[in-house]
Design a protein around this ligand. Structure first.
Ligand code: UD1
Length: 420
């Protein structure tokens, strides 16, 4: 197993180019199940979750090529509609095939994703919505067995909670359903918006894009002729590298970023006394003479993303004063706090609220990555810790960050990837 050795206490300086968004690429790849043609998707990040999803497409008997961040996916040969446990257990986002498989083939079986390090993460809202669209669903032996022999029928779906992949699943299901589907309380994350825009660009009738009320006119199982797609920049990767600039108090410029998608992150960094130069596709963070403490509440887009909470916790250890972070989306998403404390942070938890007392000196130690974003928080902390920080179980990191150590080493970090 690989681990990272981060040599701490170094300044960074330079440009980082942001990769395509994993969380946009995943639903887009899944949506190719709705297409009759081979679909070209560019700016796809070369990370483990993407390779896992492509492997899933292959298991369904579709095919793909993936080279130089460009995937060409052909789902016209799919004749297996079972997403089995072996694949779903490695990646919860496999649930994204549920909507398109069921609407195209009238049947599918998807292993039920279990809980994960950050909480229970049920998929009840996905299932409830599909039931409303006429699916018959049986949950047995750890599988969601869904059938809709005469196809799905559009209806009004009111999500009790905002769910990103749930909204994406119903958008793709609705595309091949009969009649009109209205989704109320839809997620409006940029990744959901991109999925809608690409489908619309290829002839699907969708209204309300970017709002919490979407209307989709179903095509009654007529497959789409999908146009080429370019994945939007990864807003969480961008936010993580802005935090790398902030925590090391260095000047870093992000290229190929969509600054609108990270405005909540930019605004938090500004409140913490960093000066940022913001252009449409480029953002520079400048050093500050004093990092101010912050108060963060994670919410749905356009609010502060839960996927940036761990990185800001690492940053808050360097603020002069007490910061508060309230996690509202996932019940168990503070696993990184005890690892940060191993490095010398002073973080106290009470329920879903973390109090971070700053500023604390951090010292290199052995720490363990517990989930994707927690891992990047440990890398950030390692960048400023005195001595060396060994980060174990970095397979979490590899799921979602493309070349993280290379990108950081290019601007002055010293991070080695070693074998246990
Ligand atoms: C997506 C992102 C993930 C991000 C999360 C929240 C992908 C592949 N992953 O995850 O990186 O952290 O959005 O922005 O895009 N819920 C239910 N029942 C459901 C579905 C969700 O109770 O059927 C709850 C969840 O437990 C959670 C909240 O709703 O508390 C939001 O979860 P959701 O938006 O569904 O997260 P994901 O789509 O899994």
């Amino acid at each position: 197993m690989d681990f990272l050795k981060v040599h701490g206490d170094r300044k960074l300086n330079g440009d980082i180019s942001i990769s395509g968004a994993k969380n946009s690429a995943l639903p887009l790849i899944s949506s190719t199940i709705l297409a009759k043609n081979s679909v070209e998707i560019s700016n796809v990040p070369n990370v483990v979750d993407i390779k896992t999803f492509l492997k899933l497409i292959k298991m369904l008997n579709g095919s793909y090529e993936f080279e130089n961040n460009r995937a060409i996916i052909n789902t016209s040969t799919i004749n297996n509609t079972v997403a089995n446990y072996d694949i779903v257990k490695t990646m919860r986002a496999s649930i994204l095939v549920l909507g398109p498989l069921l609407s195209r083939f009238g049947q599918c079986e998807v292993s039920l994703p279990g809980g994960c390090a950050i909480g229970q993460r049920p998929v009840d809202l996905h299932i409830k919505a599909l039931l409303q669209m006429g699916a018959e669903i049986d949950i047995k032996g750890g599988y969601i067995k869904a059938i809709a022999p005469n196809g799905l029928t559009g209806t009004t779906i009111m999500f009790d909670k905002i769910t990103v992949t749930g909204t994406e699943n119903i958008i793709t299901a609705a595309t091949l359903a009969k009649g009109k589907t209205k989704i109320i309380n839809a997620a409006k994350e940029p990744e959901v918006v991109q999925l809608c825009l690409e489908l619309k660009n290829s002839g699907v009738e969708i209204e309300g894009i970017g709002t919490d009320e979407l209307t989709i006119i179903g095509r009654d199982r007529e497959l789409i002729e999908y146009k080429p797609i370019k994945v939007i920049p990864d807003r969480i990767e961008a936010g993580t590298y802005l935090c790398a600039g902030a925590i090391t108090n260095s000047k870093i410029t992000l290229k190929n970023v969509n600054s609108e998608h990270i405005s909540s992150i930019i605004s938090k960094l500004s409140q913490m006394n960093f000066k940022l130069d913001v252009l449409e596709n480029e953002v520079t963070i400048n050093p500050t003479n004093k990092i101010l403490p912050t108060e963060i509440v994670t919410t749905e887009y356009p609010g502060f993303p839960t996927d940036m909470q761990a990185q800001f916790m690492a940053l808050a250890t360097q603020a002069e004063g007490t910061s508060i972070i309230e996690e509202r989306l996932f019940e168990n998403r503070f696993m990184h706090s005890s690892e940060l404390n191993r490095l010398g942070a002073d973080i106290h938890l009470k329920g879903n609220i973390a109090t971070i007392y700053g500023k604390t000196e951090l010292y290199g130690a052995d720490v363990m990555a517990t989930d994707l974003r927690a891992s990047s928080a440990l890398v950030l902390a390692g960048l400023i810790a005195k001595g060396k920080t060994n980060i174990h179980r970095i397979y979490h990191l590899d799921r979602g960050y493309e070349n993280i150590e290379k990108k950081l080493n290019n601007i002055g970090a010293k991070i080695d990837r070693l074998r246990e």
